[in-house]
Design a protein around this ligand. Structure first.
Ligand code: DGL
Length: 281
């Protein structure tokens, strides 16, 4: 595929995407630590969840989203999605002339520093990819890693069922093998899961260090922006929200995590699919 030429500028937006509301946990970190950056958030809510997709499907979605974001003039793309980072990051990094950052490497390195008995909860696709295990062992070969796929979490979080006793039962069940393995560190290997923090904090013993890879991704982003001379020095920044599904539903569910009700615009799947076809991936 021919590379697409474009010139990123300091004032350009940073594109941040996920299958749904999960990426908001990354967006929040970016807003807190890089407040001068303007952001373009895309939630692929028409196709959530990503966690049981094949690599071919994920790659198609990711190519469509990055092509669309490129058309919006973004200067950098952040995969606020572990599943996409596990299955598609390296391929699209080689295809697009645009800095594209994933979340797994920063999270894995932080986990390897924090402990030796590391549990990773994630989507089934991320767990099966072994991306976390490989990255943690590369950073610290004497670590032990246990990965648990948690397919019920994303649909429950997208429906905002955080306080639901059913969600508590599901979480207790998923954590059981990790408690039995006596882990000292737990990685939120899916960007949706920090939304469960109030519940997880009740279930997890306080001796376990919890890693939210989003914090470490923002440190990596900051370094990359500085390295490329792309860090914004604007006094005013803005955030635009787009989804492929129902904008009103996204606005309603996300307001509890954003602290404001976002103005959300639609992007149709027909537009996304058409862009990828035009690029002939
Ligand atoms: N939040 C994403 C992740 O970090 C995707 C989860 C999903 O849609 O299944 O993996």
């Amino acid at each position: 595929m021919a590379k697409i030429l474009q010139m990123p500028t300091q004032t350009g937006k940073i594109g941040v995407f996920d299958s749904g509301v999960g990426g908001l946990t990354v967006l929040r970190e970016i807003m807190a630590h890089l407040p001068a950056e303007s952001l373009l958030y895309f939630g692929d809510t028409a196709r959530v969840p990503y966690g049981d997709r094949t690599q071919a499907e994920l790659l198609r979605f990711v190519r469509e989203i990055i092509t669309w974001m490129q058309g919006q003039g973004v200067k950098m793309v952040v995969m606020a999605c572990n599943t996409s980072s596990a299955l598609a990051l390296e391929i699209v990094q080689a295809e697009f002339d645009l800095p594209i950052l994933g979340i797994i490497l920063p999270g894995a390195r932080a986990a390897a520093k924090a402990g030796r008995r590391i549990g990773v909860i994630s989507t089934v696709a991320t767990a099966q990819s072994n991306a976390y295990k490989q990255a943690i062992l590369e950073a610290s070969s004497n670590s032990q890693v246990w990965q648990v796929g948690c397919p019920d979490f994303v649909p429950l979080i997208e429906k905002s069922r955080i306080d639901d006793p059913y969600t508590r039962a599901v979480a207790t069940d998923y954590l059981k093998p990790l408690m039995a393995a006596n882990i000292d560190t737990l990685v939120y290997g899916c960007t949706h899961y920090p939304h469960l923090a109030p519940l997880m904090n009740q279930i997890l013993p306080s001796s376990i260090t919890v890693i939210n890879p989003a914090s470490f991704l923002v440190t990596a982003m900051t370094k990359e922006l500085d390295l490329l001379g792309l860090r914004s020095n604007q006094s005013k920044s803005q955030i635009d929200f787009y989804v492929s599904g129902d904008p009103a539903q996204f606005a309603q569910v996300s307001s509890q995590w954003l602290g404001f009700t976002p103005d959300v615009k639609p992007v149709s799947l027909a537009v996304l699919e058409g862009l990828a076809i035009a690029q002939s991936f």
